[in-house]
Design a protein around this ligand. Structure first.
Ligand code: GLU
Length: 469
């Protein structure tokens, strides 16, 4: 079996590489590595006039913290190995960013583009019902979220189905995150993974000694970036990177890629993609038919933000980027990683870099449990206090504070709070893993450091429990 078909094994390989840097007992590492519960379901759904059997999964990788957490993927490529690997990555991801959940993941093996909205709704509701039946969903048990092929719409069907079966449960809306605002969602969740990728790369590029080794200037501004994937993660990453001065020279999708050395206007491209349902023939960039080939173009930062196994030992030697930021889960195979490390490429790993999604999901879950939006209680109070201070300053100095200056200082609303919480999480977590890397002379890269961080945190939790489950 090639490395591409062994996603779960690849994650295990990364864990093994990191385990040697920890003092955790071997048996404990084994316990951390395995999947605690794997649920495979087949259920019938009436599609047009036929009965179609739908194959679906939910995997809870680690119960060391509850609830377990992770998205639900709709894709024809879904299989047990993939869902297990993605669930494991969620465990490590949550540990790295100090989000107090175990890891989980779900998947339905369908191509959502082949179904009508009504059919997707029936599939989603039936899947949710199957999860309820076996205790694989619930605010304190297992909390799904969007992933590849799903979004707010699917989450709204899930929460609605769950509430129908759990009307006595006051926290029922916390059974899933990534919901529309009207159903208990939080501002800033949709953009969170992409924005988190930006915060992570922004912080990673602030260290001038690290950048010097790569032959780069510190900062995001002026960096040439190629992004693979223009769905939720790719789009928001590109958008926020561009708003902050990066030049997006390439955007790749499954149907081919676009390249323009002078930069691609991301909002304009998104408009084109929505109108034409493709990025093909976009007039303001060169079309590159072979999407993989676009990743090999000249750039400073490459951001795979689509699916796993995109950079393999086959194409890794041809990658020219100096930094690879993993917006997707598992885009680099272990043997590709070894090649990239030898080339001196800086890999900012998935389990840290794309953790913005689950971080803001955590905020949404907290909001649902507290039944109040962030900033609701003290927003006006903060504004009033702030206006009094402004009056005092203006009275004492004789200088008028401009509207813009006031805007930047006013009381924080929910979106401000979510964004600042996200940035703080991304900055602190990066500092942690960078410190670990600096402490170990023999350690190869940030991924191993992130795994060491995760293993130690999870290991401590298990050891504190005293008894193995
Ligand atoms: N699917 C996202 C991920 O892979 C988000 C998970 C969540 O919010 O629970 O991290």
């Amino acid at each position: 079996m090639s490395e591409q078909n062994k996603f779960f094994q690849n994650v295990q390989t990364y864990v093994d590489q990191a385990a040697g840097f920890t003092k955790l007992p071997k048996g404990l590492i084994e316990q951390i590595k395995i999947c605690n519960a794997v649920y495979q379901i087949n259920f019938p759904v009436k599609i047009k006039d036929e009965i179609k059997v739908i194959e679906a999964y939910r995997v809870q990788h680690s119960h060391h913290k509850l609830p377990t957490k992770g998205g639900i993927r709709y894709s024809e490529m879904v299989n047990q190995d993939e869902v297990m690997a993605l669930a494991a990555l969620m465990t490590y991801k949550c540990a790295v960013v100090n989000v107090p959940f175990g890891g989980a993941k779900g998947g339905i093996k369908i191509n959502p583009k082949e179904y009508t909205e009504d059919e997707l709704e029936r599939i989603t509701r039936r899947y949710t019902f199957e999860l309820i039946k076996k205790g694989f969903i619930g605010p304190s048990l297992d909390v799904p979220a969007p992933d590849y092929g799903t979004g707010e719409r699917e989450m709204s069907w899930i929460v609605d189905t769950y509430i129908q079966f759990n009307q006595q449960e006051i926290n029922a809306s916390a059974c899933v995150t990534g919901k529309p605002i009207g159903q208990g969602g939080v501002h800033g969740r949709t953009e969170a993974t992409g924005r988190g990728v930006y915060y992570g790369l922004k912080h990673a590029t602030t260290f001038s000694d690290d950048m010097k080794k790569l032959g780069l200037e510190p900062g995001i501004e002026g960096k040439k970036v190629i992004i693979q994937g223009f769905g939720n993660v790719g789009y928001y990453t590109a958008k926020v990177m561009q708003e902050n001065g990066a030049i997006i020279v390439g955007v790749a999708e499954y149907e081919g890629g676009l390249y323009n050395a002078k930069g691609i206007d991301i909002e304009d491209l998104k408009k084109y993609q929505i109108e034409n349902r493709t990025i093909r023939n976009y007039p303001k960039a060169k079309f590159v038919k072979q999407t993989d080939f676009l990743m090999e173009h000249e750039c400073d930062i490459l951001i795979p933000a689509a699916l796993e196994n995109q950079i393999t030992k086959e194409n890794a030697p041809r990658i020219k980027a100096k930094i690879i930021g993993e917006g997707a889960n598992g885009p680099i195979t272990p043997s590709a990683e070894a090649i990239l490390m030898k080339k001196g490429v800086m890999v900012v790993p998935d389990m840290y870099l794309n953790a913005g999604g689950v971080t803001v999901s955590y905020f949404e879950w907290l909001k649902n449990l507290s039944h109040v939006s962030f900033g609701r209680l003290d927003h006006r109070h903060q504004d009033d206090a702030f206006n009094k201070i402004i009056d005092l300053i203006e009275g004492n100095t004789g200088r008028k504070i401009s509207k813009r200056e006031k805007e930047s200082l006013k009381g924080a609303d929910e979106l401000d709070i979510v964004r600042s919480g996200l940035e703080d999480t991304m900055v602190n977590s990066y500092e942690n893993i960078r410190d670990i890397l600096k402490r170990h002379k023999k350690m190869q890269g940030l991924r191993t450091a992130a795994y060491v961080d995760a293993l130690e945190k999870i290991g401590v939790t298990y050891l504190k429990m005293g008894v193995f489950p």
